[in-house]
Design a protein around this ligand. Structure first.
Ligand code: HEC
Ligand code: HEC
Ligand code: HEC
Ligand code: HEC
Length: 498
């Protein structure tokens, strides 16, 4: 040691040389380590990608050859055996359960047919078969249903996709929602494939590319589980109304300013808004989002099988898998967890039902007021209140989770829906009094779905036969087109349209 000190004293630059050499060694070792890790990662991907996945590959089976665990669990979204208190994957006929909905949507396709969603596996089949879809719809309606969408958008262009006719795209759309919708085909990283989400971020001055990994675990869902509308009559351009924010008041203001309405109500003549399923927007206002818990933490939990840890892709109600989802973070027993969820939902449903009853009455009383000779000037404020009340009710009712995703916000919104609807009814009572009606308006018998259909003048037999005729004409044509295309792509145990 003494010799070293002597040398350094004689030639101080040697200390610097040793220091720099050490620095270089550490740097090179680091580089080597990183390169080994990278190689290993690449090797793993190459090993796992037994079959390279082509750009725009829509077939889940092809992706699945590389990732059998994820593929098989994803195929389980075909399960329709689970029913929770308010949801699950069993079909529930919402209109039969709650005929008031027929009144709320009079004049709009939702009054014909509205079922509880089943699962990603059925996305194409369900949209093809519902009475809500007919030949006069835009291509835009296919956007959130299939892995063929990114492929066709790439071929045709996004605007041309939306502008297409529904019947013209039917042969292109055959594979249900899947791997390509959320994953990059080379790296398997999460990615956004739907332009409407990217564009909504851009208009708010945000770059979705900068989203964190944890945010991406919700944003992949926000491609579809959101509120949207078709902008510009001619173009039917899929747009998220988020320019002023994602809260219900911000969207309501957005729609009011552009004077947008989805339809004119058949009974009340109010210019209505149909909320789609603002799951992401409602979630953003809740405790879990605030604590950075993503959609995937609850709906795509980790699972271990034979020592391998992977993401369970059976995307479903977490109440069918409490142990792997909620219980990972919460130390409550499964029964306690279930009870907490149902308690939240029961309270939201109580308010939701009150809003529905009030709104159904408001529509019926407004119809009666028109019949008594009420003027447009008198009715205008009433119709505006009904429009806002129903949008708010629907923002909660149409979003999934029955209020669980954000209990406080859901209840607040339903409170304002009831208040606005009741205000409309007070104004209606005054208008009716002015026109000589002092008694309460008699309510028709709308106690069952068919009675409600009769009251709004919807001939369901005719609806069903029109749909059947269109199906008989379109489906064989679509199916032949899709089969031909898939034959060219190569044989797989293809389950098209499912
Ligand atoms: C903290 C856990 C949690 C988070 C985070 C979460 N959810 Fe949920 N989700 C639930 C629960 C609980 C339900 C209610 C299920 C039921 O009633 O059966 C639910 C219901 C749903 C449903 C309806 C399921 C059915 O069977 O009807 C959908 C769709 C859904 N969530 C989508 C999302 C999306 C999209 C996000 C993110 C934007 C999200 N969820 C975030 C827990 C969560
Ligand atoms: C709705 C979106 C969505 C769809 C559809 C989807 N995934 Fe995933 N996938 C995810 C999310 C979220 C993760 C978790 C990723 C993370 O946190 O980095 C994931 C993770 C993965 C991983 C990483 C390993 C693991 O298990 O965590 C693989 C591999 C994968 N998915 C394959 C597939 C395949 C194959 C399909 C089609 C059969 C598919 N995914 C469909 C959202 C999706
Ligand atoms: C490409 C669009 C798309 C993406 C991306 C997507 N979903 Fe869905 N999701 C749908 C559609 C459409 C349905 C209804 C399918 C049916 O029943 O026909 C659905 C249904 C569901 C259901 C079942 C609902 C029920 O009532 O049982 C759950 C749960 C769900 N999605 C959660 C998620 C989560 C969580 C993500 C993100 C990881 C996600 N989805 C991403 C379009 C999408
Ligand atoms: C990744 C972790 C994580 C998962 C998974 C998770 N939670 Fe939570 N949860 C939290 C955190 C963090 C809070 C906030 C706790 C706090 O601030 O004290 C919370 C709060 C709650 C609360 C308090 C009430 C509220 O909403 O404000 C309930 C109830 C709850 N969670 C239920 C569930 C259920 C049901 C599931 C499964 C569907 C679930 N959680 C899944 C982390 C999680």
């Amino acid at each position: 040691m003494r010799r070293m000190e002597e040398i350094i004293q004689a030639k101080p630059w040697i200390a610097w040389l040793v220091f720099l050499a050490t620095l270089l060694m550490v740097f090179l070792l680091g580089m080597f380590g990183a390169s080994v890790m990278e190689r290993r990662y690449e090797a793993e991907l190459i090993f796992r990608l037994v079959k390279p996945i082509a750009d725009w590959e829509p077939r889940n089976e092809v992706w699945g050859e590389n990732f059998p665990l994820e593929y098989e669990s994803y195929q389980n979204t075909s399960d329709t055996s689970f029913k929770s208190k308010y949801a699950g994957n069993k079909t529930i006929d919402y209109l039969a359960d709650n005929p008031n909905l027929v009144i709320l949507w009079a004049g709009y396709p939702f009054s014909k047919d509205y079922n509880q969603a089943r699962g990603h596996y059925y996305a194409v089949q369900d949209i093809r078969e519902t009475l809500r879809t007919n030949v006069n719809m835009p291509g835009t309606c296919w956007t959130c249903k299939s892995t063929d969408v990114p492929r066709v958008m790439n071929e045709k262009g996004v605007a041309a996709f939306y502008k297409s006719k529904w019947e013209d795209l039917g042969g292109e759309i055959a594979n249900h929602i899947g791997c390509q919708d959320c994953h990059d085909n080379k790296t398997m990283n999460l990615r956004i494939t739907r332009p409407a989400l990217i564009e909504a971020f851009q208009r708010q001055g945000k770059d979705i590319e900068k989203a964190t990994h944890q945010e991406m675990r919700s944003l992949v869902c926000a491609q579809c589980h959101v509120e949207y509308y078709f902008a510009r009559q001619e173009e039917k351009y899929l747009t998220f109304p988020w320019d002023q924010g994602t809260r219900v008041e911000a969207m309501e203001k957005y729609y009011d300013e552009i004077k947008f309405s989805d339809w004119t109500h058949k009974l009340s003549k109010a210019p209505m808004l149909k909320a789609q399923h603002p799951d992401y927007e409602v979630y953003l206002t809740g405790t879990h989002a605030q604590r950075n818990v993503s959609c995937s933490d609850c709906h795509l939990p980790y699972q271990t099988m034979g020592g391998v840890k992977f993401t369970d892709h059976k995307i479903q109600s977490p109440l069918n898998n409490i142990a792997n989802s909620c219980a990972v973070c919460h130390r409550w027993s499964e029964q306690e967890i279930l009870k907490k969820v149902e308690d939240i939902q029961d309270k939201v449903v109580e308010l939701r039902t009150a809003a529905e009853q009030s709104l159904a009455q408001a529509h019926i009383e407004a119809k009666f007021a028109w019949e008594q000779g009420a003027t447009e000037e008198e009715m205008m404020p009433v119709l505006q209140l009904i429009r806002h009340a129903q949008f708010r009710w629907d923002y909660v009712a149409a979003s999934n989770g029955t209020g669980f995703h954000s209990a406080g916000e859901s209840s607040r919104i339903l409170g304002t829906a009831i208040q606005k609807s009741q205000e409309a009814r007070i104004l209606l009572a005054r208008i009716l009094a002015k026109h000589g009606v002092l008694d309460p308006v008699a309510l028709p018998d709308i106690s069952t779905k068919s009675k409600a259909h009769l009251y709004i003048g919807l001939d369901m037999a005719a609806e069903a036969s029109t749909k059947k005729k269109a199906q008989a004409e379109l489906f064989p044509k679509w199916d032949a087109e899709a089969e031909l295309r898939h034959e060219k792509l190569g044989k797989y145990s293809q389950q098209l349209y499912k």
